[in-house]
Design a protein around this ligand. Structure first.
Ligand code: PLP
Ligand code: COI
Length: 349
């Protein structure tokens, strides 16, 4: 297949995840054979029967991670790939899907990126976004655990996730919808979670807000996540993030920021925080920053929050120093400007 495409020279006008590199990795699973037919091939459409389980009942999981072109001698490095692939296996277990061999897949991912290395962008704020995915492809309408699965990895050179870039976003608290249920699948990366968020997301957009702030599913009182990101607050110079109690995705960026905060001796607390406390503290001035964290966005400051018809403005709708500090710290490590003292980079070349 002739799939010759070229890397854009600038990413400002390229929507996130809309272009793909030339190759992909695929492998198949059958209960009788285990994983087989692993290969790197041109990026191309998949063939699957319209009766396959994934298209009807949705057993599909994915990861989102990044490779960066680091400064100096133009090496390419993956950011915490083992953690991402380990989380993939956690999602697989929850969704009754087969686990992958993390080291084998990591090796194949490196081979894939080497083949498509010209697709790793170099300018600040860009990266190669990596999307490992698995879906059930057995042909049956029977509602059961599948015995055939397809795993693939596709690569997409990206700039900033949101059109605001790294400027503050505006968010709307959803009081009507919730993202996850107790005992459900909110803490794994399965496709249906994201489909279920779209109506609230559209309603936020219709009101002029770019993301949804999700509350807990039981009381609709406690803050959980923002868009497809974990959330942090700065209150009286202390960092606060909600604890992982089963409805929040355990973000690798979240964990990295917690680690950096400990290393910098910044006070950080994992505790439940109610939306009432958030708005009260914005209004009394003790909450000075709020930001989302995730692989795609890295750090996304929140400038405006709509809750029950009132807009609350944070840090004058500008990026605060703590969000700025963590964005810079992570980007410096990812792009090789700062020493990788935690061993988060896995170099390909
Ligand atoms: N929360 C949700 C629902 C997500 O989809 C993501 C993105 O992967 C995150 C949080 C952030 O996780 P990470 O930092 O591992 O990308
Ligand atoms: C990521 O941050 O990698 C995500 O998965 C967000 C994605 C849904 C755009």
């Amino acid at each position: 297949m002739n799939n010759k495409k070229t890397l854009p020279s600038a990413f400002d006008s390229v929507p996130f995840g809309s272009i793909f590199s030339e190759h992909m990795f695929v492998m198949k699973w059958h209960t009788d054979r285990g994983w087989h037919d692993a290969k790197i091939q041109p990026h191309q459409p998949l063939q699957m029967d319209p009766g396959c389980i994934n298209l009807h009942y949705g057993p599909s999981i994915f990861e989102g991670m990044k490779a960066f072109r680091t400064v100096g001698d133009k090496h390419i490095a993956l950011f915490r790939p083992r953690e991402h692939l380990t989380r993939f296996n956690r999602s697989a277990r929850r969704m009754c899907m087969p686990e992958i061999d993390v080291l084998f897949v990591l090796q194949k991912l490196k081979e894939l990126i080497l083949i498509d290395q010209e697709w790793v962008p170099a300018s600040p704020g860009t990266a190669l976004y990596i999307r490992p995915t698995m879906m059930a492809v057995e042909k049956t309408l029977n509602l059961k655990v599948a015995n055939e699965f397809l795993f693939f990895i596709v690569l997409s050179p990206v700039g900033a996730l949101y059109k605001e870039g790294f400027n503050p976003t505006s968010i709307m608290v959803s009081t009507q919808y919730t993202r996850a249920s107790v005992g459900g699948v909110g803490d794994v990366k399965t496709a249906g979670n994201y489909a279920a968020c779209m109506l609230a997301q559209e309603e936020a957009k219709a009101q002029g807000f770019s993301q949804v702030l999700w509350l807990d599913p039981l009381e609709r009182a406690y803050v959980e996540e923002v868009g497809a990101m974990n959330i942090f607050f700065v209150i009286n110079n202390e960092l606060i993030t909600p604890p992982l109690h089963g409805t929040i995705l355990p973000g690798i960026t979240r964990q990295s920021i917690i680690n950096l905060a400990h290393q910098r001796e910044l006070p950080i607390t994992e505790r439940r925080i109610s939306i009432n406390e958030v708005v009260q503290r914005i209004d009394d001035g003790s909450l000075t920053e709020m930001f989302g964290t995730g692989t795609a966005a890295i750090v996304a400051p929140v400038g405006k929050l709509l809750y029950k018809n009132t807009i609350h403005t944070i840090h004058n709708n500008t990026t605060g120093p703590v969000a700025q500090q963590f964005l810079k710290a992570l980007q410096d490590i990812q792009q090789g400007h700062a020493a990788d003292t935690n061993g988060w980079l896995d170099y390909i070349t």
